[in-house]
Ligand binder design. Structure first.
Ligand code: TYM
Length: 334
């Protein structure tokens, strides 16, 4: 809670090209939550350096992501949108929480296993510790809810465990957060291999729709999406490719899978894939136009960055000071 409102935290990495999965699984659901919650949305650039980055490129992408948050409909007057690296409490709380997290817990994280397999030449301590920084992000703002896609559930469970462990020693310091998973789009799969999630780091560019893809590319990727030989638009596990396309279509147009099945009864995959492409374009094209427009207003974005970082620093300091006091750090002279 912050004041009399429940609090909400979420974040995204600015690495790689954001995909339709990031948008439908997370960003799309963030809009309109600020009436009910005090919302904090971070561009988590400190998480990004757990794998090697080109510095200039990271800076550019981080700014583009922050702009995308606004373009997607997050009003920075009502939502606190900021760079993680601008707020000192994230690293400071992460250090404290490190001392309340077990190696065995971090060893079990599937994302760590996946990423260390992928970056075998750079399995650094930050990569291992990644979920603790994520716990610090969430707990600093006393977040009641955390809107994420399904792939982040394991990290969220760990955050809850760390919060409960700390609270059981020191009293009620942290709010124990709940995940908020959208009804649709919580796990968008690869267009080329529907057993894998759609991912920014997929080597096959046809597997993912990127948020900045132009309409022709989107249409081409949808037409090439892997389906099956059933020739029936049905929402069932035995048809994972078609099921994924139904998920995409229904999340883009706010329909239920049952409505989509009905709409395409008796129609072939060709028509269906075209309709999916059009639905995706109808969502992404306005988003891209708005990004282009916002990018022109450098001064506005700079003001958002400065004001919101100050707000986040102020709010997070309260929790940080509380945790520091609990563990026995001396009070700072005023
Ligand atoms: P990241 O940057 O990988 O993804 C950002 C958000 O997009 C969701 N997502 C998906 N949803 C549906 N289908 C997909 N194929 C798909 N791919 C990604 C993710 O679930 C996520 O919600 N560790 C986090 C960032 C983070 C964070 C946090 C999130 C750092 N601190 C605190 C919440 C709270 C990450 O790398 O997300």
């Amino acid at each position: 809670m912050i004041g009399d409102k429940k609090a909400l935290f979420s974040g995204m990495q600015a690495t790689g090209n954001l995909t339709l999965g990031n948008y439908l699984g997370a960003l799309k659901n963030w809009v309109n939550l600020c009436d009910e919650y005090e919302c904090f949305y971070s561009v988590v650039d400190m998480h990004s350096i757990t794998v090697r980055q080109d510095p200039a490129e990271l800076r550019k992408r981080a700014r583009a992501l922050l702009t995308l948050y606004i373009a997607a409909g997050l009003d920075p007057e009502k939502n606190c949108i900021y760079y993680q690296s601008h707020v000192t409490g994230h690293a400071e709380l992460a250090w404290i929480l490190n001392c309340y997290t077990y190696m065995g817990e971090l060893n079990r994280m599937t994302q760590f296993k996946d990423k260390s397999a992928k970056h075998a030449d750079n399995i650094n301590a930050g990569l291992f510790d990644y979920p603790v920084l994520m716990a610090a992000d969430i707990l600093l703002y006393q977040a009641d809810v955390v809107p994420v896609g399904i792939d982040q559930m394991q990290h969220l469970e760990l955050t809850r465990d760390i919060a409960q462990r700390f609270n059981s020693i020191y009293g009620d310091v942290f709010t124990v957060p709940e995940a908020y998973i959208g009804k649709q789009g919580a796990k968008i799969m690869s267009l080329q291999d529907p057993s894998k999630k759609m991912s920014k780091s997929d080597e096959n560019p046809n597997a993912s729709i990127y948020l900045m893809d132009d309409p022709d590319t989107i249409m081409r990727k949808c037409k090439r999406a892997v389906t099956d030989s059933e020739a029936c638009v049905a929402y069932r596990d035995e048809q994972p490719g078609v099921k994924n396309l139904i998920d995409i279509y229904s999340a883009c147009l706010n329909k239920t899978p049952a409505e989509v099945e009905k709409e395409f009864e008796g129609k072939g995959y060709g028509d269906f894939k075209m309709a999916v492409g059009e639905a995706v374009i109808s969502v992404l094209k306005p988003l891209q136009d708005r990004v282009a427009e916002l990018e022109k207003d450098k001064a506005y974005i700079d003001t958002v960055i400065k004001n919101n970082a100050e707000k986040a620093q102020y709010v997070s300091n309260k929790t940080l000071r509380k945790a520091q006091k609990k563990v026995g750090f001396p009070e700072r002279p005023r």
